[in-house]
Design a binder for this molecule. Structure first.
Ligand code: ADP
Length: 319
């Protein structure tokens, strides 16, 4: 492996920059040249490719977003699009590609690998919805953003007797809501993976209210549905006043936390090692603080699971 490419694809996440930095520096450390691709697979097909050196990734370790920009591309999902991308890489003499992104991006990486072009996936998404890794790059930063928001809502909540519902991102995964709910001391955590009878949620709110609780906080994952609809149902059922905060895109931004920077550095470097070893079609991950790698097909057909112990604990702590 003499020359590798790196791109970020799909939804961006805080920590993609330190991951790019690790790929570039680790490759150069091993005397492998690195080419950056702007705008994900779209940029790959368009030939938006440039050589990177040690200085290209200076001063980015603390920045959110991705210096390589990200994009979504329908054209790349076609055989012609993928062949166009491979042609561009051949033109630049690139013989391996590192894709930093979520599961959609990994499908693309798998397609390229099947067409004979070696790719390695690095999980970068705030959703923490990828199998085979305990954490994805960006999750910890987003989690801390959500907690800060919950703490702020809690401050103002003490002045009013209301039920506050905070909607978090996470697509179909409840990790962000679960971790934020537990660390933010929420009364209820509503996630797609675990359905709790609506009457139980209402009973808990009413019980709290009756024993003099001034306010309640519910964290709801977007995968469950609209927090506004949920708030209306609560009011109808209990008579309690509700206020909704949909956190939205602020969860995707911000300077990556130390955890995310370390994770991004380790996973980015590991991806380079795998390419150098001649591996392909694999995703790097972290499990029990050990770096692991799995066949991308295996990852895509497996399911990420929430930590049920944490879910049950949150219930016990919010009786
Ligand atoms: P994420 O990687 O964050 O899950 P997307 O699902 O939007 O984001 O995927 C990012 C890009 O990956 C898509 O715009 C597309 O170009 C590519 N991609 C997604 N699914 C496939 C697929 N089945 N085959 C080839 N490329 C795909």
């Amino acid at each position: 492996m003499k020359r590798i490419g790196v791109l970020t694809s799909g939804g961006d996440s805080p920590g993609m920059n330190p991951a790019i930095r690790a790929v570039v520096r680790k490759a150069i450390y091993h005397n492998v040249e690195v080419f950056g691709v702007r705008y994900g697979y779209q940029g790959l097909m368009d030939g938006n490719i440039f050589q990177m050196d040690l200085g290209s990734v200076g001063d980015i370790i603390h920045r959110g977003g991705t210096m390589l920009f990200s994009a979504r591309s329908e054209e790349f999902k076609t055989d012609e699009g993928q062949e166009k991308a491979i042609e561009q890489m051949k033109k630049h003499g690139i013989d391996g590609l590192i894709v930093i992104g979520g599961d959609g991006s990994f499908r693309g990486a798998q397609k390229l690998t099947e067409k004979g072009f070696p790719c390695i996936g690095v999980p970068g998404t705030i959703d923490n919805d990828i199998a085979g890794t305990d954490f994805t790059i960006g999750f910890d930063t987003a989690l801390n953003t959500v907690i800060e928001a919950i703490d702020r809502v809690r401050d103002t909540a003490t002045s009013h007797e209301r039920t506050y519902i905070i909607e978090t991102m996470g697509r179909n995964a409840g990790d962000l809501a679960l971790w934020a709910g537990l660390s933010g001391g929420a009364e209820s955590i509503i996630i797609p993976e675990k359905e709790e009878p609506f009457t139980d949620i209402c009973d808990r709110l009413v019980r709290g209210h009756q024993r003099g609780k001034k306010h309640s906080i519910i964290v709801l994952a977007e995968g469950v549905g609209s927090a506004f609809d949920f708030g209306d149902r609560i009011t109808k059922e209990t008579g309690l006043e509700t206020r909704v905060t949909v956190l939205g895109y602020i969860q995707r931004g911000g300077s990556p936390t130390a955890q995310d920077r370390v994770l991004a550095s380790r996973l980015g470097a590991k991806a380079v090692e795998l390419l150098i070893e001649g591996k392909e079609g694999r995703m790097v991950g972290i499990q029990n603080n050990h770096l692991v790698d799995y066949d991308i097909n295996e990852i895509l057909s497996a399911k990420h699971h929430i930590n049920l112990d944490m879910y049950n604990l949150s219930k016990q702590l919010s009786i």
